[in-house]
Design a binder for this molecule. Structure first.
Ligand code: CA
Length: 465
């Protein structure tokens, strides 16, 4: 039997609801059609809703903390945060299995080059990096990537050497062009595994072609956005730009789906559409990610092809589960290094569970571990001054099908510990969290589970302060 291909497409800072069929005010006809033919996950959760931590988990199936990816790969810390070459990535595995492997777009898993050199020959600045050929490319043969860079309308990449490639077009469009070229010119005798990593709708939000912008009206905004923001034209403009970027992604996604159809690759190619984490976009008065709210942790995970059934599933699916699930779908053994698990059975045999209320899986965990560690140098410094380990702070939590539980130690040594329970069924917009004490019997039960996760990955979080 012909081996199945993998085409994994993900965007940066794209929340689960940010598609037309999910209810937000953005036209995504290509994605909507794709979703109608796919299994759509309602609880695909970013275990650490930040770039490098999620991406490391995506590539290896391991928890970010175990990978040393306790924050973004960047400069200004005592240590170089990066995905180590010896970690076993999905591309390492697939290359051994005879796959042609390709990575296009944002990587943000290599050590930022300024950690090693004041003026890198590649011209990589700040958090950016040129990743040379070899083990730091983690098994990907074809490569056109960068570390971290947000000039969406004037992007740069490195390919086979340290000279910047500057295409001068919107980055998702360029990356889609490359992906289509790759598909056209690839070795047809080999199955392929290609990752396309789009940067938008990550800020800066104004770096989007005008043609994708549509007017948004106040009444289309979520009820958990404060009125002060809803009445602010500058905020409305940012919302229009965020959805504009998604509309642009949809256009490019449609180009790729059309190629697969024209070249008879639909049946034999497993296509995933996902993101690394979400974007608050004004919900609870916040922007960005790195927080426990649904807008930040809940990401798209939509998967089609290779015999996968269409529908929706409510299994709890974490960042660490993408890699083992994909390998299992290809019939390839999951490496022993992996912390996550395969959800192949949910994708291939959902009808077996038609009589059940929920997609329960025998060994499915009842919770997903959530985490965030203060990692900006200016946040780390106050801990160091007091002789404290910043990695014991920030927040940790659990996301179950019905609740989010958070223990927040804050991002400054003086911050008091706070525990929250969010009732997602009764309060899906998370407007009324319960503040609870560690003596509450529910907290004691949650803390017991959290302690298990912390011990497993040797996370030094101070659960009881
Ligand atoms: Ca990101």
């Amino acid at each position: 039997m012909k081996k199945k291909n993998i085409l994994y497409i993900f965007a940066d800072q794209w929340r689960k609801k940010g598609m037309g069929f999910e209810g937000e005010p953005v036209a995504t006809p290509a994605m909507d059609k794709f979703a109608s033919e796919s299994m759509v996950f309602d609880h695909a959760i970013s275990t650490y809703p930040l770039c490098s931590p999620h991406r490391g988990a995506l590539m290896t199936g391991k928890y970010p903390y175990s990978l040393g990816l306790w924050t973004n790969c960047k400069i200004g810390l005592d240590e170089v945060v990066m995905l180590k070459p010896q970690e076993v990535s999905i591309a390492n595995v697939l290359k051994k299995e005879g796959y042609a492997t390709a990575y296009i777009g944002k990587w943000h898993l290599d050590g930022s080059e300024k950690n090693f050199q004041d003026t890198p020959e590649s011209g990589a600045d700040n958090w950016d990096a040129y990743t040379p050929k070899g083990e730091r490319r983690q098994g990907f043969d074809y490569w056109c990537s960068y570390g971290a860079m947000n000039a969406h309308l004037d992007p740069h990449y490195w390919q086979d050497n340290n000279k910047k490639v500057k295409p001068k077009i919107w980055s998702p469009e360029f990356e889609t062009n490359l992906a289509l070229d790759y598909l056209e010119n690839r070795d047809q005798d080999k199955p392929f595994c290609m990752f396309i990593s789009w940067n938008p709708p990550h800020p800066p939000l104004d770096k989007v072609p005008d043609k994708y912008l549509k007017t948004i009206h106040q009444h289309q905004l979520m009820a958990n956005v404060p009125d002060t923001l809803k009445n602010d034209p500058a905020y409305i403009k940012r919302v229009e730009q965020y959805y504009g970027a998604i509309a642009g992604l949809d256009h490019n996604f449609g180009r790729i789906m059309a190629y697969l159809k024209e070249h008879n690759l639909v049946e034999n190619t497993i296509v995933v559409l996902s993101a690394d984490h979400g974007e608050m976009l004004g919900a609870h008065g916040r922007t960005g990610k790195n927080i426990w709210y649904e807008e930040s942790i809940n990401i798209p995970f939509i998967i089609r092809g290779g015999g996968i059934k269409a529908g929706r599933t409510d299994v709890l699916f974490s960042s660490i589960d993408h890699m083992p699930t994909l390998l299992d779908l290809l019939g390839i053994d999951i490496p022993s290094t992996v912390h996550g698990r395969s959800f192949k059975h949910v994708l291939m045999h959902p009808s077996n569970r038609a009589d059940k209320q929920q997609d329960t899986v025998e060994d499915e965990p009842k919770s997903i571990f959530l985490s965030m560690i203060p990692g900006l140098p200016e946040l780390v410094e106050p801990y160091r001054e007091r002789g404290l380990n910043n990695k014991a702070f920030g927040w940790r939590g659990l996301r179950t099908k019905t609740h989010t539980y958070v223990v927040d130690n804050g991002c400054h040594p003086e911050d008091k510990q706070v525990r929250y329970i969010y009732h997602l069924k009764d309060d899906p917009l998370q407007l009324n969290p319960e503040m609870v004490s560690q003596d509450d019997s529910r907290c004691m039960a949650y803390d017991h589970v959290l302690r298990g996760y912390l011990a497993k990955i040797k996370d030094p979080f101070l659960l009881n302060r």
